[in-house]
Design a protein around this ligand. Structure first.
Ligand SMILES: [Zn+2]
Length: 412
């Protein structure tokens, strides 16, 4: 039998054992409350000493890799927030396929029917915070590594599979310091050729080949404070901002429709102004979040925002760029996308379609640094960051098999 046939046979013969193995791994990882929020919100989670505490899940990952006999390295920008990267195969000048999953989670939030940190298995699904985002897929790729090692396929690969359990995907402090993929990329600690990021949902039917960029602006209207009983002596910054908000609502951003990403978006997400009823507000500020498509530049967007500001009579505004990431898009006609499509058609009976999204994943940082990275994986889009988060166990098993098949094909 060839390697792919052997893998399909193995998963067929051992599906029950693999099911149990994945469920147990997810159960154990979900118990660890690796909640990642900005430092400012940390006091709301008194059981956390630092945000994320991803080391709790990393300990499980390392234990498993050790028992499989798979070597790994640990890279941490800060104590307690490790990135565990294992390598299976031969380190010739071959190709490397990275499978990165993140170990941090968002808070449980409200509305759960069961304990979010005790996995419940029901109707073929696992329910709990992190079952889909991203501990379930992490269990899948660990099991894929285990099977490849167990069957001795690692010795026949011309390249390496990098199973990566990463920190810091769900939150970024205002200082912008990244402890996960950004750190690994900045410090040149990883060198993959390809990456599949299982963090987009779509039930394995969609391949994320493009992600919009993100630009966040803080706009402050500057007025003049005065006593609330004599508003004529002040300049009310809220009234000025109200006019600016109307201009922004009418704003048509300059762009060219992108074949995959389509058009940009603009969201006015926050507004703050005033301190008390008896004070004329001297400032009022808003935050806007623009998702960009290729071709849009920092300068051109800033100019358009300035034009809005200039059209407000007697307006006085300060516009500051708070965050800027570039959009990225790869040609869907590439070997990685084709391999996913071919194997999914053969095994799952459908061909995943290339698409683009407004949100961003680890794929962005990788692509912007020359790695052919896509988002693809199990799970329903609607199950991310909500109460009663769930993932289909069958999809987790299938994803483990698909990881093996795609790795074998790309690294053959
Ligand atoms: Zn995620």
């Amino acid at each position: 039998m060839d390697k792919k046939a052997t893998l399909r046979w193995y998963f067929g013969e051992n599906r029950k054992e693999i099911h149990t193995r994945i469920v147990e791994l997810v159960r154990e990882m979900v118990k660890e409350r690796t909640i990642n929020v900005v430092t400012e919100k940390l006091p709301e989670y008194p059981f956390l000493k630092i945000r994320g505490e991803e080391y709790r899940v990393a300990n499980i990952v390392k234990r498993e890799l050790e028992s499989m006999g798979i070597p790994y390295k640990e890279f941490s920008r800060a104590e307690g927030r490790p990135n565990v990267i294992s390598r299976i195969g031969k380190n010739l000048n071959g190709k490397r396929l990275m499978m990165p999953a993140h170990m941090d989670i968002v808070p449980a939030g409200e509305g759960w029917e069961t304990d979010p940190f005790e996995v419940v298995e029901k109707d073929g699904k696992l329910i709990g915070r992190g079952t889909l985002d991203n501990k379930g897929p992490l269990a899948s790729i660990l099991v894929a590594a285990e099977v490849i090692k167990k069957l001795g396929i690692d010795k026949e690969l011309d390249g390496e599979i990098m199973i990566a359990a990463l920190s810091d995907e769900e939150a970024t402090d205002p200082d912008g310091t990244d402890y996960g993929i950004g750190y690994l990329v900045d410090e040149k600690l990883i060198d993959p050729t390809f990456a599949i990021v299982p963090d987009i949902g779509g039930n394995m039917k969609e391949i994320d080949v493009a992600e919009k960029g993100r630009a966040v602006y803080k706009i402050t209207a500057l007025g003049k404070q005065a006593h609330g009983s004599t508003p004529e002596r002040g300049i009310n910054a809220v009234y000025i901002m109200a006019k600016m908000v109307c201009e922004l609502e009418k704003l048509k951003l300059d762009y060219q429709v992108h074949p995959v990403l389509g058009q940009p978006s603009l969201n006015l997400g926050e507004i703050h102004g005033g301190a008390a009823p008896n004070i004329v507000p001297g400032t009022c500020l808003i935050y806007i979040d623009i998702r960009t498509v290729p071709g849009m530049t920092k300068e051109s967007i800033l100019k358009q925002l300035q034009n809005c500001a200039d059209s407000v009579p007697n307006g006085n505004f300060k516009i500051e760029t708070q965050a800027w990431t570039e959009p990225h898009a790869i040609d869907p006609n590439n070997v990685l996308v084709h391999s996913i499509q071919r194997n999914a058609s053969d095994v799952l009976g459908f061909e995943p379609k290339a698409f683009g999204m407004g949100g961003s994943t680890f794929a962005k940082g990788l692509n912007l640094n020359g790695v052919t990275a896509v988002g693809w994986g199990p799970g329903d889009d609607e199950a991310f960051h909500v109460s009663n988060e769930f993932v289909s166990i069958d999809q987790l098993i299938d994803f483990a098999l698909m990881t093996c098949l795609i790795a074998v094909e790309l690294l053959d």
